[in-house]
Design a protein around this ligand. Structure first.
Ligand code: HEM
Length: 430
């Protein structure tokens, strides 16, 4: 049987869904061969893989990241290489329409994170109507796609007015972020009622996901701003090679590991009794578009660059030590160095889970690259994590000579969709 043709597979929620048309035999076999952790979302993949028994062995592909679970994927799961992040404005006052869209989004998200097409697929049901899936991911595997949703303060209330009857459910931790020293925030790169963070190893897969959700949301949401990212600048997998940011430094050396259940419970996941019950198992996300004046940075001496972080450039070792993973001696670092200021020992044990990406978006019109770091950080309570940390960094960090925060947003990311039939936002709206 030719698995390269479309095959009807039974989806996790009982409906018929298509594995992506044109998906190569290689990719399908690879998922099975790699011993995919087959959650509910993986059923379609398995159906197709079984039919490929007679095909030659091929290089293993990365397994899908399960969509269903206690927590949303895309937070503590391994960081993929590419990002498409979108913030949406809700443009209707109709709560039912918003809920309907969230249910449709959830179904679509379960499909595409499992490498399947949206709804009736890219070919469509009848030629007279537009297809459900826009088609640009045909032939591509799921590429470890994760989709993570968050709700911004303005979804709950705007200009002091209740929205969708949600004002009383706004978590206290979902504060309006204060203006930090040096902020140069642009309104068209800040805020948003809802966000979707799409991460994948293939940019086309991430963009396809955001685009299809935007398409489904037509008439209910508009894209307010979006950001593409490449080259992760952080890591939740300390055993793998630490990535480098655009300043050339290893970034993510000391971060919360995805396998460190104790630290995740302490610093990342909202616990029962923390505030609004609907957020239990969720996390708060701060997104900051941080521009780097890399032209200035590139003219700084190596010594000055290393003094900025308190770590060496090539090895990433803390000052006074040899290896990247050696325990830092903060007193050996300059008082205004980034790592000394940000380390938990300087902040009563405070930690955040960083998950940022590099970006370059053309030029700034002044002959310089518009480049930097799209900072994403997850935490259990933003008031006790990002806010005090950034207040301190904004006032003292030597890194401020080379960076400017130009975009900012804050979202409450609810717990995971645990099983088919549940939907994004159910704990909030349900
Ligand atoms: C363009 C902006 C930034 C750059 C280039 C940058 C770069 C780095 C680098 C190279 C490290 C050392 C390696 C590591 O442990 O990961 C680091 C650590 C860290 N950064 Fe940043 N960072 C930026 C912004 C921020 C912001 C806005 C925050 C929080 C408000 C932050 C919080 C941290 C923390 C908590 C650590 C770990 C410190 C430790 O425990 O040793 N960073 N950063």
């Amino acid at each position: 049987m030719d698995v390269e043709n479309e095959q009807q597979a039974v989806s996790a929620d009982g409906g018929a869904e298509k594995p992506r048309a044109g998906l190569s035999r290689r990719a399908v076999i690879g998922w099975a061969g790699a011993g995919v952790a087959i959650g509910a979302a993986g059923v379609g993949t398995v159906a197709a893989a079984t039919m490929a028994d007679d095909a030659p062995a091929a290089a293993p592909q990365t397994p899908d990241v399960p969509f269903y679970g206690e927590h949303q994927s895309g937070i503590s799961t391994p960081v993929q290489d590419r990002l498409h992040f979108a913030a949406f404005d809700v443009i209707t006052e109709d709560r039912d329409a918003l809920v309907k869209m969230l249910k449709e989004w959830t179904k679509a998200a379960a499909s595409i994170t499992g490498g399947r097409e949206v709804g009736g697929g890219a070919v469509g049901v009848v030629p007279q109507s537009p297809p459900d899936d826009t088609g640009e991911a045909l032939g591509l595997p799921a590429s470890r796609l994760t989709l993570t949703i968050g709700f911004g303060p303005t979804l709950f209330e705007k200009d002091g007015k209740d929205r969708f009857g949600l004002k009383a459910k706004r978590p206290e931790a979902l504060v309006d972020l204060p203006k930090f020293k040096g902020d140069r925030l642009e309104a068209n790169r800040s805020g948003g009622d809802i966000c979707i963070q799409a991460c994948a190893d293939d940019p086309q897969v991430a963009v396809h996901a955001i685009r299809n959700l935007a398409r489904i949301g037509m008439g209910v949401v508009n894209v307010r701003w979006s950001q593409l990212g490449f080259g992760k600048t952080s890591s939740t997998t300390p055993d793998s090679q630490t990535p480098r940011n655009l300043m050339g430094f290893k970034d993510g050396t000391h971060n919360i590991a995805g396998t460190d259940a104790d630290s995740l419970a302490r610093h990342v996941w909202v616990a029962p009794g923390d505030g609004q019950d609907w957020m239990t198992g969720g996390s708060y996300l701060v997104a900051r578009r941080i521009r780097m004046t890399i032209e200035t940075w590139d003219r700084a001496s190596l010594q000055d660059q290393e003094d900025t972080f308190g770590r060496t450039k090539i090895e990433g070792a803390p000052y006074g030590k040899q290896k990247e993973r050696d325990a830092p001696d903060l007193s050996a670092m300059p008082a205004d160095s980034h790592v000394r200021l940000a380390h938990p020992d300087s902040n009563n044990g405070l930690m955040i889970l960083r998950r940022g990406y590099s970006f370059t978006d053309g030029t700034d019109g002044l002959g310089r690259l518009d480049a930097g770091l799209f900072f994403l950080a997850y935490q259990r309570d933003t008031r006790k994590a990002f806010v005090p940390l950034q207040t301190k960094l904004a006032a003292n960090d030597k890194l401020n000579e080379y960076i400017t925060h130009v975009g900012s947003a804050h979202f409450a990311c609810p717990p995971g969709v645990r099983k088919p039939g549940e939907w994004w936002g159910q704990t909030l709206f349900g």
